[in-house]
Design a protein around this ligand. Structure first.
Ligand SMILES: N[C@@H](CCC(=O)N[C@@H](CS)C(=O)NCC(=O)O)C(=O)O
Length: 227
């Protein structure tokens, strides 16, 4: 569970005991569009840590008013204790520290960061295809994405999972596993394919992550959205 900097010192009025100290948990508010998108790994990590949060999903038509209130005109933003945290991966790394899903040393953290950045690279390539508005150009991008780019990445990510005992780094559960599994629904939707269809180790990893207490409860109660 999370501890926080805000401490209340309460004078003991009984005359017998020392001063009591109450440590308060921060109140987390996640601001994002009404989708899983790049906020879902944040929701998974908060849920894994049994950290309560306000899942504030704003409608797209309200974004023009909200945008200027964010640090860099983008979402997600995680607000807590006077902090407005931005950049989804930085937020995930912070939460991973809070819920103890980091590596055991700098090398393990390097391994985790590298696979997280690789997943983000793959998402960027998929997003370029998805966001293409010209149907002719989109069609020309489909075959290379589905037959070259995605297989290239997924073969390598699967090999890493196989070597790491069905994990993405350090041979154990880390925030990389949670990040990848939380990202999958959106990546599958955007690419129109099941990224892990031919990846048995990643399928095991997905099952394991989705069965973690906290995450299992979150997935059962979260709003149903495609992406
Ligand atoms: N690198 C940023 C990317 C943030 C981003 O692209 N957010 C999109 C939604 S997924 C957004 O805010 N789009 C609206 C806009 O840019 O006006 C992160 O990971 O947080």
């Amino acid at each position: 569970m999370v501890t926080f900097h805000l401490r209340l010192f309460i004078a003991d009025t009984s005359g017998f005991g020392p001063i009591s100290v109450l440590t308060m948990a921060p109140v987390y508010k996640l601001m994002y569009f009404p989708v899983k998108g790049i906020a879902e790994p944040i929701r998974f990590l908060l849920s894994y840590g049994n950290i309560e949060f306000e899942d504030h999903r704003f409608e797209r038509e309200n974004w023009p008013q909200i945008k200027p209130t964010t640090p860099f005109g983008q979402a997600p933003v995680l607000e807590f204790g006077g902090v407005k945290a931005y950049q989804s991966i930085a937020i995930c790394r912070y939460l991973a520290k809070q819920v103890k899903l980091m590596g055991a040393n700098d090398i393990e953290d390097l391994e985790i960061d590298a696979i997280i950045d690789t997943i983000a690279d793959l998402r960027t390539k998929i997003a370029v295809y998805y966001k293409e508005t010209d149907p002719t150009i989109k069609e020309t991008r489909k075959k290379p994405l589905l037959e070259e780019t995605i297989p290239y990445y997924m073969e390598r990510i699967e090999a890493i999972a196989k070597k790491n005992n069905c994990h993405l780094a350090a041979g154990k559960l880390t925030w990389a596993d949670v990040y990848f599994v939380a990202s999958l629904d959106a990546l599958n939707f955007l690419s129109g394919t099941n990224l892990i269809a031919d990846c048995p180790s990643l399928q095991v990893m997905q099952d394991n992550v989705l069965n973690l207490p906290g995450i299992k409860e979150w997935v059962a109660k979260r709003p149903v959205t495609d992406v």
